[in-house]
Design a protein. Sequence first.
Length: 116
Amino acid sequence: MKELTFMIRPEKLEEVKKVLDEVHCGGMTLSTAMGCGTQRGTTEGDINELRGLKTTLNLLPKVKVEVVVEDRFVEEIIVKICETCATDHVGDGKIFIKEVKDVVRIRTGERGVRAL
């Protein structure tokens, strides 16, 4: 099993959800995030206050989508997410892929792929 984490543009979320539904992904976790990659975000030159800390804000809004899937679905999902999210502009996002040793469904105690 693999955990895939997508850092995507917020406007691509509905398309990503559609892709995950098409490949019968059992579930997902979504979080809103702020961040920047090599482009370092954009700055207005203004000093902003973020949770009491004064800073020049150079972070862009992102959505973090996390899924755990069987190994056999990983490449198909990656290809479809790249096709869906690519705009040919800096800041389209990233996909992080991690090994998952085991999964336990709390309600039933099922383990592994059956718990997905």
